[in-house]
Write a protein that binds this ligand. Structure first.
Ligand SMILES: *Cc1c(COP(=O)(O)O)cnc(C)c1O
Length: 398
């Protein structure tokens, strides 16, 4: 542990059972990408030519006609939307986010208006888009979308995420069918999805991915799809895209991560992760007040997680206090806790270095034993946590 670069810097050596979170450093970058980045950093290259090479790799893996690399999937949303508003008009590109045409409306289902760390709609507004929400939180019908499309509609954005409402909304095929019937391009935010082909196959004109999530690339976004729309998005690098630029290392790093993805032993990795889940299930079995369930990923990525349900009266601790205790101490373990007020959190096995699964098991057992030995139920009122949620950020850098 002592030669851990984080401990040397005075940073906590966190173990990530939360998922690919920007706030934790996204993912473990694959060795192929690290080597590629190191190799290109000392060299000069003509960036647009490097992006042409990236386009070919992205096209091959996604089945799209073209592609490029940008700073993040969030940047990809802004650039793709901007491209549908400006087309290849270089002056319009410079003028964004002010738009010179009334054709700047972007349709989004209300149940897709989520935050991935920042609100989806903001990435659209940054590009000069005017968000037009369709449907209600848990329902969108065809008539909502059909009636929302006008001469002012530039694009329709579809979000694939465990955060979105997963019932009652239009699925991608219907969404595409309705948009295309009126000539509206569809942009899919597939930031966190494993399947690099599915959304374009289902008719999306542009599919967006994060380079730093399952792909294990550097922090980046991938824009893929129809050549003309991808080009119009790419041209935004002379406008709003400047602040979202990536260097040669990220472009080349993503190319390497994509090529490594093609060769990755996906079955072997899944087996290893299943081993972790089984170990944790064993650790948690027969513990009072704890139920451990292995559940599939909600957006059908080939990945299972463990749902740990905590009954405070029997476990003598709430799910959120358990999560907080795991997060403290010399080996902080960060669990996936966005629904923790429902008395459960998840353990995500896909960002662990081998051996860390045993530390997770040991810390779970330790904290649960301690809680059981406590005479009182450890129960911080949940409101106290939510009230103080942003205290740290608001004190930054102190
Ligand atoms: C992670 C995520 C984003 C943001 O991706 P970045 O590449 O980190 O900007 C956007 N949308 C969804 C659905 C995500 O999961």
């Amino acid at each position: 542990m002592s030669d851990d670069i984080r401990t040397k810097m005075g940073l906590r050596p966190v173990i990530n059972v939360s998922g690919t979170m920007t706030s934790l450093g996204a993912s473990i970058v694959v060795p192929e990408a690290i080597e590629a980045m190191a190799a290109i950093l000392p060299q000069f290259v003509e960036i647009n030519d490097l992006q042409r090479k990236a386009s070919a790799v992205i096209a091959r893996l996604t089945g799209g006609e073209a592609g490029f690399v940008t700073a993040s999937c969030s940047a990809g949303i802004s650039l793709a939307v901007a491209g549908t508003i400006t087309g290849p008009d270089l002056l319009a590109i410079e003028r964004l986010p002010e738009t010179s045409t009334p054709k700047n409306e972007v349709l989004v289902q209300m149940g897709h208006m989520v935050s991935y760390g920042a609100p989806v709609d903001q990435s659209i507004r940054l590009a000069g888009g005017k968000v037009v929400m369709i449907g209600q939180a848990t329902s969108t019908h065809r008539y909502h979308m059909e009636n929302a499309i006008t001469d002012r509609t530039a694009a329709a954005v579809y979000v694939v995420s465990h955060h979105v409402v997963d019932y009652g909304l239009l699925n991608l095929k219907e969404f595409v069918e309705i948009a295309h019937a009126k000539g509206v391009p569809v942009i899919v935010d597939a930031a966190s999805e494993y399947d690099l082909r599915l959304f374009l196959e289902q008719g999306a004109d542009i599919a967006l991915y994060s380079g730093h999530k399952f792909l294990g690339g550097p922090t980046s976004g991938i824009v893929a799809g129809k050549k003309e729309l991808v080009r119009n998005a790419f041209l935004q690098n002379m406008g709003i895209g400047r602040g979202m630029k990536v260097g040669k290392e990220s472009i080349f790093g993503v190319m390497a991560a994509l090529e490594a993805w093609e060769k990755r032993d996906h079955v072997g990795i899944r087996e290893r992760e299943t081993g972790y889940l089984n170990l944790w299930k064993e650790t948690l079995s027969d513990r009072p007040g704890i139920t451990a369930l292995i559940e599939p990923d909600p957006t059908n990525n080939p990945l299972d997680r463990m749902r740990v349900i905590v009954s405070p009266q029997e476990a003598h601790i709430t799910a959120w206090d358990l999560a907080a205790r795991l997060r403290s101490g010399p080996t902080p373990i960060i669990v996936r806790d966005h629904e923790v007020e429902h008395h459960y959190f998840y353990l995500d096995p896909c960002n662990l270095h081998p051996g860390q699964e045993r530390i997770v098991a040991a810390r779970l057992a330790e904290e649960l034993d301690k809680a059981r030995a406590s005479n009182e139920v450890i129960a911080t009122p949940f409101e106290d946590l939510s009230r103080h949620r942003f205290d740290g950020a608001l004190r930054w850098p102190d």
